[in-house]
Design a protein around this ligand. Structure first.
Ligand code: SF4
Ligand code: URA
Length: 195
């Protein structure tokens, strides 16, 4: 089975999943979207209101900021794959629980195995913590390690992990937008370096 077919089937499984209680509360699961052959994968936290309505990742206010950041380095959504650690919306946009993350994250693990990205960008501290632990790194405060490079070795080669602040922080603290723009420029350098 080719990569496209594998991912399509996986996304279908996620849309029908009821493995945790969030499955009963959602309007739509949000498996992820974008380019199945992308070298770069963004991993947010969990769907919010608009994502749940549309079944697509980052389509609300944080999504607009993400679009602007991508555009600032000459990328759009067709160039990247975007997903979340947890695929269904937690009520009132609360943080996902440890249990929900444990139940849902095998889907993310599979997406990583199938897409085989060269670069993973965790967005926000929950995603950062999950991805760093998964690849055997110690978790540190995001204020210290955003924009830093972690190099992981996997069965399918080297992966660069570069955690970033969650784009939503720019909604409440406009100064963070500059910090995000600075970090995104490093993504551009990374991509130019590997292609
Ligand atoms: Fe399944 Fe994940 Fe949705 Fe829970 S959050 S029902 S594990 S897809
Ligand atoms: N915030 C996230 O972490 N993920 C989304 O998909 C939307 C907002």
């Amino acid at each position: 089975m080719g990569r496209e077919e594998q991912l399509r089937r996986l996304e279908e499984r996620i849309r029908n999943c009821k493995k945790c209680p969030l499955g009963e509360l959602r309007t739509n699961a949000v498996p992820g979207a974008g380019n199945y052959s992308s070298k770069i994968m963004f991993v947010g936290e969990a769907p919010g209101y608009w994502e749940d309505q549309k079944g697509l990742p980052f389509v609300g206010r944080a999504g607009r900021i993400l679009d602007e950041l991508l555009e600032s380095i000459g990328l759009d959504r067709e160039d990247v794959y975007i997903t979340n650690i947890v695929k269904c919306r937690p009520p009132n946009n609360r943080d996902p629980t440890e249990e929900e993350i444990r139940t849902c994250s095998p889907y993310l693990d599979l997406q990583i195995d199938i897409i085989r990205p060269r670069v993973i960008i965790p967005l926000g501290r929950h995603s950062m913590a999950y991805i760093l632990k998964k690849f055997g790194f110690d978790v540190e405060p995001i204020s210290r390690i955003h924009g830093k490079m972690f190099e992981a070795r996997t069965l399918f080669g080297r992966i660069i992990i570069m955690p970033m602040y969650h784009p939503a922080v720019a909604l409440y603290r406009p100064a963070m937008k500059e910090e995000l723009e600075k970090d995104f420029r490093k993504i551009r350098e990374l991509i130019d370096g590997i292609s």
